[in-house]
Design a protein around this ligand. Structure first.
Ligand code: NI
Length: 264
């Protein structure tokens, strides 16, 4: 059976409080033998790290999500810094998820950009890749990464991943040129996903990552239900079908990519 890494989950979410152990068991039965959790704020950064200490198959990223910046304080960056300094570094594999989200609001653009920039620098200081959340903010996100690169504040090798990639194939080329990986999720399995299907077909296999973003973005045929890592193989199967290769090839490549990027 192929072995997978689910590179983006929110398994600390309270929607799993009743049956988290069963969710883990179903994942492992489906071949999803390692899972990375992405944080939303300081509180979830702490709670996910606690979970990683209980299960050897769990890893975590700490950070402040662009949708949560209005309730963040600048000193939260220092708290994250302290968490990183004191934590088990074999379990903290990235800073994330961080970035820009203009879908929900553009009114706090400057606040979003402040936290994004600070956390890019934080990642560089701790030599960690970043998990980028970019929703309806493609140009600003890329410009801020170029800015960090120009300041010598972006890793040259394995800088990070554009999580839940939602741009065009042309934008993907620019992302790839900066050294980033492309994370694909449940929406690639949807019938009307024309742009994403083009992306899944054209991105080099050594730059693709699989992620569920659970509990959100549930793939076909479970759309509408709560998502979980056990559904990751459905995303792999769809990508294999689009590219005309075997599921085993998709699993092997994306697992190697996850190990390389996150130093698992
Ligand atoms: Ni997420």
């Amino acid at each position: 059976m192929p072995s997978y890494v689910d590179t983006h989950t929110h398994l600390y979410d309270k929607v799993y409080d009743q049956d988290r152990q069963a969710v883990f068991e179903r994942a492992i039965e489906a071949g999803v033998t390692r899972m990375i959790m992405a944080a939303e704020d300081v509180e979830t950064s702490r709670s996910l790290l606690e979970l990683t200490q209980k299960h050897n198959f769990l890893y975590g990223a700490v950070g402040i999500h662009p949708g949560d910046v209005d309730k963040a304080k600048p000193q939260h960056i220092n708290i994250l810094d302290e968490i990183l300094a004191g934590a088990d570094r074999s379990k903290i594999v990235a800073i994330g998820e961080i970035g820009l989200d203009y879908y929900w609001t553009k009114e706090n653009k400057e606040t979003q950009q402040f936290y994004f920039r600070e956390q890019l620098h934080l990642a560089f200081r701790h030599d960690l890749p970043v998990i980028i959340h970019d929703r309806d903010a493609h140009e600003d996100t890329l410009n801020m990464l170029f800015e960090a690169q120009a300041q010598g504040q972006l890793r040259q090798e394995n800088p990070g991943v554009f999580h839940c990639y939602s741009g065009s194939p042309e934008f993907a080329e620019r992302v790839l040129k900066l050294g980033f990986y492309i994370g694909l999720d449940g929406p690639v399995t949807f019938k009307n996903a024309r742009k994403l299907i083009d992306v899944a077909r054209t991105v080099p296999l050594d730059r693709l990552l699989l992620e569920t973003d659970c509990p959100f973005l549930t793939p076909h045929p479970f759309r509408g239900k709560r998502n979980e890592p056990a559904y990751l193989p459905y995303i792999a199967e769809r990508i294999a079908e689009i590219r005309g290769i075997s599921v085993a090839d998709v699993a092997e490549a994306t697992t190697a990519n996850a190990e390389r990027l996150f130093n698992l």
